[in-house]
Design a protein around this ligand. Structure first.
Ligand SMILES: [Zn+2]
Ligand SMILES: [Zn+2]
Length: 135
């Protein structure tokens, strides 16, 4: 927990048990949970935490570049502690969201800036399909 506390402090955020609990969940998963997912997984350990607190905390993390928020076509947003640009793979059956290595972006970036004369700063790339488990 020492490092998580350190990360929050480095953003000048007050370290509260709620913030630490939510940050720790995001830090220890690659599943790109929604606010509801986080809320549910905290019910055993933090039964007093409200969904509103989870939303408020995620919003605070987002403003401080500790998480990225994105929508994959569901009702709710997903959260990712990996704030660097990286492509995502989304299963349209089980809605699992996985990370892809960002190195495949290198060629795409080059192509796009050559084609458009844009000075690119960021990109979002999603691949939709049916994962091996659901096939
Ligand atoms: Zn699937
Ligand atoms: Zn991701």
């Amino acid at each position: 927990m020492e490092t998580l506390t350190g990360i929050l402090k480095s953003k000048n955020l007050k370290v509260t048990p709620q913030r630490l609990a939510i940050f720790s969940i995001l830090y220890n998963t690659k599943s790109h949970p929604s606010a509801e997912d986080i809320y549910k997984s905290l019910q055993d350990t933090n039964p007093t935490m409200s969904l509103a607190t989870v939303y408020k905390t995620l919003d605070c993390f987002k403003k401080n570049d500790l998480v990225q928020e994105f929508n994959v076509g569901e009702d709710s947003f997903r959260y990712d502690i990996n704030v660097g640009s990286h492509p995502h793979l989304i299963c349209t059956e089980c809605h699992k969201v996985s990370d892809m290595d960002s190195s495949i972006l290198d060629n795409i970036r080059e192509e796009v800036s050559k084609e458009t004369d844009f000075k690119l700063v960021n990109e979002q790339l999603y691949f939709y399909g049916i994962c091996p488990n659901c096939q």
